[in-house]
Design a protein around this ligand. Structure first.
Ligand code: GDP
Length: 432
């Protein structure tokens, strides 16, 4: 979701305006210089659109002097946000600090809006007009305290923010889509037969027409699921060695078409390169995942110990996936698949609110700051979960974060918020 950064001197009513934008009724945060606040980013919803509001006051850049600090805020805002809102106090007029910030913002290629705050009644509208001098276009008169005209300002904000591209998969309608994948002979068709008994023709409930006959609708645990591209499984096509490339393409396509994958592994055999390739496809496609170890009826004590060792080495990329030991032959634990699919999809759809995310992150970074690189301490400014399906965090930083530190953040993020069964992506936006 797009990011709006709010910039301004202390005491112009920036925090009151942020509270107004995010619809929060809490007591106004003290807007004194040097007061560090634990949260800087919040979710806002206006006219059905979501965006993130960042209060640059919380960044507390330790620059010398007030003026430097506000221009620093403005510069950071330009780097990290999709649009910037400069707040000035209409009752005071444009100060040299406001002018310095405006000078910085005029260079911005991103949209900049100007809010003239504390316009509590019409007599102050003349003061608002004087703010055209800042060269940021039309000043929007508001009273953050009383809420006056804040709706008009938000309309202008929405207009300035880029519209987010539609999510690739969109909201899920109808049965959730599952890919049942794994190398040849792990037992995919056996498991599908076990799950379905007889396969049903796929009928699109809405249109009442038969669609996608390659899929199977399967009732599991009181819910209907769409197992994508199972036609080949049902017909029990034996894949000749020359067909392997084709099979791999088909696996990839099934994963892409699905929301969650059941990756089937043969527990009675060592984990192979081919297994790892399938797992990599699922992770790279950003799909939720459940690991099912089939043929568990063949697994004895020795093999179990050996498998544990293989898992430590082989599954480093997805320690977050639930593992279920099943047997398509005996039906063992097959009933556990549906709850695991549900958990994975819940994680895949989950979104951590920006405020919550940032208060957690502020504590984490304060306790364990990123490692210093070439004499500089990178700062983590704020984060937002920009996407779900898969969950994607965007961290805004003042410097490069090492891969190890990103993994550390992911690990702690999972400890705090869960996300079992879903990959979590972390992207870092570094200001130049
Ligand atoms: P696919 O190629 O992945 O669809 O695998 P199949 O379903 O054709 O199964 C391959 C072979 O493994 C067949 O001989 C199955 O009978 C056997 N098989 C599948 N699941 C199990 C299981 O849970 N236990 C045992 N012992 N054999 C299984």
């Amino acid at each position: 979701q797009p990011v709006l950064a709010v910039v301004g001197r202390p005491n112009v009513g920036k925090s009151t305006l942020v509270n107004r934008i995010i619809g929060r009724r809490e007591a106004v945060v003290q807007d004194k210089p040097g007061v560090t606040r634990d949260r800087v980013a919040y979710d806002a919803l206006w006219s059905g659109r979501r965006f993130t509001v960042v209060d640059t006051g919380g960044w507390d850049p330790k620059a010398e002097g007030l003026q430097a600090s506000v221009t620093e805020q403005a510069e950071l805002a330009m780097m990290t946000a999709d649009a910037v809102l400069l707040v000035v106090d209409a009752t005071v007029g444009a100060t040299t600090t406001d002018e310095a910030a405006a000078r910085v913002l005029r260079r911005s290629k991103k949209p900049v809006l100007l809010a003239a705050n504390k316009v509590d009644d019409d007599r102050l509208l003349a003061d608002t007009a004087a703010l055209w001098s800042l060269g940021l276009g039309e000043p929007h008169p508001v009273s953050a305290l009383h809420g006056r005209s804040s709706g008009d300002l938000l309309d202008a904000v929405l207009h300035a923010l880029p519209t987010t591209p539609r999510e690739v998969l969109g909201e899920s309608r109808g049965p959730r889509r599952v890919a049942l994948v794994g190398k040849p002979n792990v037992g995919k068709s056996s498991l599908l037969n076990r799950l379905t008994g007889e396969t049903r023709a796929v009928v699109d409930a809405a249109a009442g027409t038969t669609v996608d006959p390659v899929d199977s609708l399967v009732d599991l645990d009181g819910e209907t699921w769409r197992f994508v591209d199972t036609a080949g499984l049902r017909k029990r096509v034996k894949t000749a060695s020359g067909m392997e490339y084709y099979a791999s393409l088909r696996t990839r396509a099934a994963i892409e078409a699905a929301e969650v994958a059941i990756v089937l592994l043969d527990a009675s055999e060592p984990i192979s390169e081919q297994d790892l390739r399938v797992l990599t496809m699922v992770v790279d496609a950003g799909r939720a995942c459940v690991l099912a170890f089939n043929k568990w009826d063949l697994v004895d004590e020795d093999r179990r110990h050996q498998l544990t060792r293989e898992l430590d080495r082989g599954l480093v990329r997805l320690p977050w996936a639930e593992r279920i030991n099943v047997s398509a032959l005996t039906g063992r634990s097959v009933r556990k698949l549906a709850p695991a699919l549900r958990t994975a999809l819940t994680s895949w759809d989950q979104r951590v609110p920006t405020g919550h995310l940032n208060s957690w992150l502020a504590d984490l970074v304060a306790a364990t700051p990123p490692p210093v690189r070439s004499g500089k301490q990178p700062k983590v400014l704020f984060a937002t979960q920009a996407q779900t399906r898969p969950p994607t965090l965007v961290l805004f930083t003042s410097g490069f974060l090492e891969a190890g530190y990103r993994r550390f953040i992911e690990r702690r993020f999972r400890e705090e918020f869960g996300f079992t069964g879903s990959p979590v992506r972390i992207s870092v936006r570094v200001r130049e």
